[in-house]
Design a protein around this ligand. Structure first.
Ligand SMILES: Nc1ncnc2c1ncn2[C@@H]1O[C@H](COP(=O)(O)OP(=O)(O)OP(=O)(O)O)[C@@H](O)[C@H]1O
Length: 271
């Protein structure tokens, strides 16, 4: 999908410190509406910190973040979610004791006028009808991510790969305009990675979601991303098309090691 030039996210000169540790230093970048944008970099480079600043979990000491043209730097994560920002986490954050379907319904909670968890008043008024509509939407997502066979399973009993897929389903359930994915393929086998890559591309191309993805698997990143940004020691050291990133000398030295043949590196898992 060709990115249009309208930025959906504008990150301007943000810096984040934890005591004496500078996790991010003057990082700026834009993500265009409809793009599939990846962030790579070695362990500890600041990738998750950056995603946490975008989603509102962390608050940068300097700089500004705009989402859909609106200043969100001081906004709570919930408020950003209401504006259309969804995310998954590096470490799974599912409700382990709940079914797959219920985990996905929790993801739709922001969109429901009558909170699905709100007990007593739940069956009165329009709540029952509203829940049916939301269940139908949840079932669409279940079909799309091919998890119908486990829809009633308790999330905590599933394999790691399936739990990652359910977590994606829950983030998708919010129907975000921008979805932030933190290492969606970590810990997966090759087949699971291929499936996940396909879902992410479909979300981007068919569902029209703008995607920002942190991922260590360089093969997948270079294969499916429209643009890639490289973080190193909290700084944005390169940004460009996948082939530009692969041939950038600084990137090769700082991130990919001293190998000369960038194509060979493309299939390696880095970091
Ligand atoms: N909550 C925190 N408190 C203190 N230091 C933190 C916190 N979160 C991140 N850091 C520090 O900020 C730096 C960047 O960490 P971050 O997790 O963002 O890197 P990363 O690129 O996502 O790494 P990885 O690939 O290992 O997930 C590291 O030095 C880390 O120790």
């Amino acid at each position: 999908m060709t990115g249009q030039t309208t930025p959906i996210l504008e990150v301007d000169d943000i810096s984040l410190r934890f005591g004496g540790v500078r996790a991010l230093s003057n990082v700026s970048f834009n993500v265009n509406k409809g793009e599939l944008f990846s962030i790579i970099g070695p362990n500890g480079a600041g990738k998750t910190s950056l995603l946490n600043c975008v989603s509102g979990r962390y608050s940068p000491q300097e700089g500004s973040i705009k989402f859909k043209g609106q200043e969100v730097t001081k906004m709570t994560p919930n408020h950003r979610a209401e504006l259309g920002m969804g995310r998954t986490f590096q470490n799974l954050a599912l409700f382990a004791h709940m079914s797959v379907l219920d985990n996905i319904m929790v993801g739709r909670h922001h969109l429901m006028k009558n909170n699905f968890l709100s007990g007593g008043i739940y069956w009165f008024g329009g709540a029952q009808k509203e829940e049916l509509i939301h269940r139908r939407e949840a079932e669409d997502i279940i079909d799309f991510l091919e998890i119908s066979h486990i829809r009633k399973s308790v999330a905590g009993t599933l394999s790691y790969g399936l739990r990652k897929r359910v977590e994606l389903a829950r983030a998708v359930a919010l129907r975000p305009d921008l979805i932030l994915l933190d290492e969606p393929m970590a810990g997966m086998n090759l087949e699971e990675k291929e499936d996940m890559a396909r879902y992410i591309v479909d979300l981007n191309e068919e569902w029209g979601m703008t995607v920002i993805m942190i991922e260590h698997d360089m093969g997948v990143v270079m294969d499916i991303s429209e643009r890639v940004m490289v973080l190193d020691f909290g700084k944005n050291i390169a940004e460009g098309l996948p082939h530009e990133i692969m041939s950038n000398d600084y990137v090769k030295r700082a991130y990919l090691g001293e190998e000369d043949d960038a194509d060979e590196n493309a299939s390696d898992e880095v970091a």
